[in-house]
Design a protein around this ligand. Structure first.
Ligand SMILES: *Cc1c(COP(=O)(O)O)cnc(C)c1O
Length: 217
């Protein structure tokens, strides 16, 4: 097993966070090797790829869907996905609630917040989130467990830190306002290979790391 895995998993654990090993495009052998070294949380960004890999690997792997999810694909993963990180619309939440009910589960999800400078069609902004959460349906089978964000793709680590810091402030505000007394709203998924150390300093509870663990894709 490579030294990076030991070093990074120890650093993430020391910060009290969870390491999600992002295994997209990597073969099941590479995942199994990391599993044998003790890793249990793995992240994929495509439903089809997760669908292909999961049956070939041990049942106690916790599969995180970290990429954009289309509504019509929720049904394929509802029975086993551990957490869905990038929920970016009320309609997707409703579909996850429906599909989770069908398989008698409660699925934890994170709401994706648009924090980067780049234009993207994915993610809520802060105002949308406040409006939605203030008036949200009482879901039975989907559990809003926190927020997820991706910083701007840049070498400017001051900028990255500012964005992570802003996401943490929003998390704290929403928790206090809309999730008071709800201990499940506790996760902040932020940080990748290039910026996970900053993310941990800024309060991340789930870092999603691929390249540093598995090598370049
Ligand atoms: C690929 C991916 C990652 C991991 O990126 P690395 O730079 O390889 O660590 C994290 N989050 C999401 C949403 C991804 O798609």
């Amino acid at each position: 097993m490579n030294d990076n895995y030991r070093r990074i998993s120890a650093a993430v654990a020391a910060a009290g966070a969870t390491l999600v090993a992002v295994s997209k495009t990597k073969p099941v052998d590479a995942i199994r090797e990391m599993y044998d070294a003790g890793q249990r949380d793995f992240g994929e960004n495509k439903v089809q790829e997760m669908q292909e890999k999961a049956p070939q690997l041990p049942d106690d792997i916790r599969w995180h869907l970290i990429g954009h999810l289309q509504r019509n694909k929720v049904k394929y993963i509802a029975s086993y996905v551990h957490m869905i990180h990038a929920v970016d619309s009320p309609e997707l939440l409703a579909e996850i609630d429906k599909q989770a009910a069908r398989v008698n589960r409660v699925i934890p999800v994170l709401l994706q917040v648009h924090i980067a400078e780049e234009e993207t069609k994915f993610g809520f902004d802060a105002a949308e989130l406040r409006a939605f959460l203030g008036d949200r349906p009482a879901y039975q089978n989907v559990r809003i467990s926190g927020l997820m964000g991706m910083a701007t793709f840049t070498d400017d680590m001051t900028q990255v830190r500012k964005e992570f810091h802003g996401l943490k402030l929003l998390f704290d505000e929403l928790k206090q306002t809309y999730f008071a007394g709800d201990e499940h709203f506790m996760h902040l998924s932020m940080g990748m290979s290039s910026d996970y150390e900053i993310a941990l300093e800024e309060g991340s509870t789930l870092v999603r790391i691929g390249t540093l663990l598995f090598g370049a894709r």
